[in-house]
Design a protein around this ligand. Sequence first.
Ligand code: EPZ
Length: 417
Amino acid sequence: MDKLVIEGGLPLHGDVRIAGSKNATLPLMAAAVIAPGQTVIQNVPRLVDIHTLGKVIAHLGVTVEHDDDKVVMDATATPSDTAPYDLVRKMRASFYMLGALLARLGHAKVSMPGGCAWGPRPVDIHLKGLKALGASVELEGGYVLADSRQMNGGRFVLDFPSVGATVNLLLAVSTLEKETILENVAREPEITNLIRMLNRMGARIEGANTSQLVILGSRDLKPLSFAVIPDRIEAGTYMAAVGRCGGDVMLRGADPEHLTMVLAKAAEAGIKFTVTTEGIRIQRENDLRSVDVETAVYPGFPTDMQAQWIALMTAAAGVSLVTDTIYTDRFTHVAELMRLGAEIKMKGHTAKVYGPTQLTGAPVMSTDLRASASLVIAALAAKGRTDILRVYHLDRGYERLEDKFERIGARIRREQE
Ligand code: EPZ
């Protein structure tokens, strides 16, 4: 296994190119399974999770080629309807095969996804929605057996605006030529990216970026070439790193529209950002102020930025309250940050972060993707050497992280553990 070795304490200066969004690419790859023919997805980040989903899709009989920042898929041949446990358990987003295979074949056998480092992560809303729209859904031996040939459209209100459930339901009804109305859907930019692609393929989906979608599918969806939006969480992560370490960095290609709340909170904390045609310039010149955040569904403060915000707030004068309302136990990074000298007290699903603290290097352990990102931010600011173990978590969601940080002045290298 690899580890990252970081000698912290330096400010960050220069340019970072923000890659395509991981959480947008995964649903787009699932949508490509629906249309017979060749689909090219562009601006794809070079990440383990993308390859993992590629393997699941290839297992179904769709050809998948990764070519630099493109994924070329050919779904001409009728795919198998079964997505097996040993592949689906590796990554939750593989569960999107359920919606894609129902749209393509009308039936599917997909393993229930596993949990993750911080909780069970159920899929009850996905299944309830399919049933409400007329599909038959059975659970057998850890698999979901679904048949959508009797689906007749209609209306379903999601109990919670779940990103995954919105993706799966959109995929499932994308070839249904009866009107479906979905209420209380997720409004993340990644969902809007998927809606745009499905509409370009021939579906008619109205209400993008709102809580209500009206969908008229088409049995004749066409393959296409389509580009992924930039990764707002990668951009937010680099913003937090510049905020914590000081410096002046251009986040090239970042879309400020997708980061409204994060940038508002950053400005409140004293971080200066300038939007240009090239992206977002981040500058930190003066001391930081502590700012409370509470995660919420989009357009609220993203749970995927919660860990990075805690790392940032260790530099802020005062006490900041960081509450995660989406995943109430997503705080495995707190114990590791405290090993670097952070002063944090947990109260329920709120972290009370005291600052400013001078962090000092130590060996720490990655536990999940965004927790690892917060450890990198803290290590870049800490005095001395930090070894971050098990960086395979980072490789799932951050493209060439050590190269990008090295280019803006960090002393960071990858070593065998
Ligand atoms: C997506 O996960 C993202 N993953 C996550 O990013 C992100 O943290 C999450 O959305 C929230 O924004 C991808 O896009 C691949 P949810 P997802 O369904 O779809 C509950 C990262 O770091 N829920 O919106 O699994 C659930 O337990 C990853 O890139 C149900 O109760 O998230 C959670 O509390 C980590 N029943 C909340 O909703 C369901 O059927 C949000 O889950 C579905 C969800």
